[in-house]
Structure formats: C-alpha cells, structure tokens
Design a protein around this ligand. Sequence first.
Ligand code: G6P
Ligand code: MG
Length: 220
Amino acid sequence: MAPIKACIFDLDGVIVNTSNYHYLAWKRLTNELGFDITEADNEQLRGVSRMECLRIILSIGGVSVSADQLYDLAEKKNNWYLEYVQKMDEHEILPGAAEFIQAARESGLKVAIASASKNAGIILRRVKLDTVYDALVDGNTVNRSKPNPDIFLRSARELNVDPENCIVFEDAISGIQAAHNAGMRSIGIGSDIMLKNAHMVVPSLGVMSLEDLYSLENFA
Ligand code: G6P
Ligand code: MG
C-alpha cells in the first residue's frame, strides 16, 4: 500500500514511437550485409541497447564480424537513425502522453524519463518535451540493459524517491520485468496479452487517468 510519489516513463513506445525508425535503420544495415529483418524481429529489439540489438540482428543473419566492425556497424545504423530523428517534431508525441505527464506533475508527482537510448536527450528536445521531467536517465548513464533494474533504480535515486513509491510506464516486456526487479509497480502500454505481468495495462497514455494511476496504490 505504498503511496505513489513518482512516475518513471520509458521513452520509445510510451511517449514517442521511434521504433519504426530503428527498424528502418536496422533494415538498411542488414540489407547492406546481404540479409533482411522483419517487423517481428524488430519487436525483440524494444528496450534493448544498441550494441545488444546489433548482436541479435547479426545472429538472425548468421553473420559474424570483428569487435571493430561491430562498432562501425552500430555507428552507421545510428547515423541513419538520426536522419529520421532530426525530422521529428512535437506531432510525433503519442496521443495523451504530454497531457498525462503534465497532469502527473500538477498533482505533485515527480517525473523521470528512463530510456536505454543514447539519443533520448536529442529526441526529447526535438519533440519539445525537454522541460517536463525532473530526471533523465538514458543509455549514456546506465550500461546494463533492461530487465536489469539499474536504469529505474538510478531514476529513483535522482528523484530522491524510494523504489516502492515509483510507478514505471513501459511498452517492453523486459522493461516491465526491470521495474519489478527494481521493486516498483508497473503500467504496461500496449497489448495486455504481451504485457500480462504488468500491474495494469492500457493501450496508450491517452486513455489513462490519474484516478487509474492512484488505484495502483492498493497494490503492495
Ligand atoms: C530504446 C529502444 C531500443 C533501442 C534502444 C537504444 O530502448 O526501444 O529499440 O535499441 O533505445 O537506442 P539508441 O538510440 O541508443 O540506439
Ligand atoms: Mg520502450
């Protein structure tokens, strides 16, 4: 019955939908390497760090490369991905996300953004959401990927709130697991079949109210 004092939002799939841009950039890379990935393959990459994604992708294609080449390939993909990011603006904020974050803050809750992306700061600036949070923890600050709880524990520390008083909003199964590993409650954004382990699942922040949020205070 711990009171809720902070909301921690994942970025990709919760506030913006950059997943398709990642997909297009990875696809371009795999095509250059002589194979292809599908949208289903892309689902495995949600919440996974850039280097880990690259390892998964190369294993799909059965391609092995040297450590140096690994970094070159990751950089190449990232440059293509950034071409899409540079064109983003506030119209790409997912429905209801900005409004929900604002309502949470106005009700006195602290807000952190926790993303595995090293580009999180750039994306938040592009969509003009760079002043709506109290802490940003991203792939530049934390190394170990979700389901490791590091990113959420670090967010709680920066907000000066105990983990049991935090609620995590996540679209990735590994992100829900990371929240639970951090001792936090979770709200899944997306399919309730896929995110069945979350304490609550909604299709988007657009249908989420503060009343729904506070109903989670009854979960230990
Ligand atoms: C997010 C996305 C992942 C992506 C990761 C790293 O978690 O869901 O698909 O691989 O960020 O992104 P980056 O921008 O650092 O390559
Ligand atoms: Mg995500």
